[in-house]
Ligand binder design. Sequence first.
Ligand SMILES: Cc1ncc(COP(=O)(O)O)c(C=O)c1O
Length: 369
Amino acid sequence: MAVKVKSREVLQSITAYPLGKSILDIQKELGLPMVRNMSEIENVFGCSPLVKEQLKKSLNQLFHYPDGSSANLTLKLSEFLGVDQNQLFIGNGSDEIIRLLLRAFLNHREEAIMADITFPRYRTNVAIEGGVPILVPLESGVHNLSAMYDAINRKTKMVFVCNPNNPTGTIVPKSDLIAFIDKVPENILIILDEAYYEYATSEEYLQSISLLEKYHNLVILRTFSKVYGLAGLRVGYGIMNSFITSELTKVKEVFNVNQLGQTAAVVALDDQGFREDCIRQNEEGKAFLEKALHSLGFSYFPTQSNFMMIHVNIDGNELAEALLNKGIIVKSGKPLGYPESIRVTISSMDDNRHFIEALKMAVKECVQP
Ligand SMILES: Cc1ncc(COP(=O)(O)O)c(C=O)c1O
């Protein structure tokens, strides 16, 4: 019998986030002894061994609810970043903070400006909250800040800048970003999503925290899901004016960040050697892939993160499928808005090498089927 209950009208235009198959299922389906997953933007090097050790010791505390204020992690981050504790908000991944910012600040029909193409959760969550996403095309894979500024009007409530941008990996030059932040009216929130902050090694990358003193409408989002390798535990954080943190606290779930996640994040900050090692390996992998792709004649967006959008001049789905048959999972650019590209996570040297070899063969197959 058909369900007579109707969900909110807005949900009619929203589809659930498409989740990929598990690696085990893919392996079974294709009968492959080994599959290399280069499609998820996670830390392929895992997480700090110190975190694993500490988590084992924490297991007998699981019957407790977590600390709803994430006090230890807030203190640790405030020391680590040199900001006040009341400027920090800890979330169930930075995903949750995006959602809470909208819940707390976006009124019905108000507009949120973002790049087209960027992290898709901004758009979906703005729509769910009854707001209007305003999409401003990227220019050569980079945020077009002047067009984003021009899109501001009376209805604008917030602007998202994803820096480095997912899925292109690009950054906006720091002087342009500072000039943009300076121009945006103070009643509009500027949400600077720095999920890949740690991977950005360019001189042109803006170190944004010191701007918080002057710009009270600035929100910086970071996460433990990427370089710290804790995506499975869901811990992200925001740095912002204390008024904004207090508003977010009103709309959050009481126990929003799980206990193991809080513990793991504190210990992860203690192991900066692990982080540095991951960045070094990422830089090596990036240099290797850039050189190999260049010699194969492929272009790509200049990345400042742990993934690359590579332009292949072949249908992205087709190439991803051909690579999958060789045991390499990459993300087709097609559903991301780049139909003839693939997005690849920079991985271990062994995986990077296998990827390049598989790419050569897969491209040949796609060109001459
Ligand atoms: C740009 C960007 N922001 C936020 C997130 C969400 O990260 P988290 O795991 O902290 O929720 C992601 C995850 O892929 C991302 O790419």
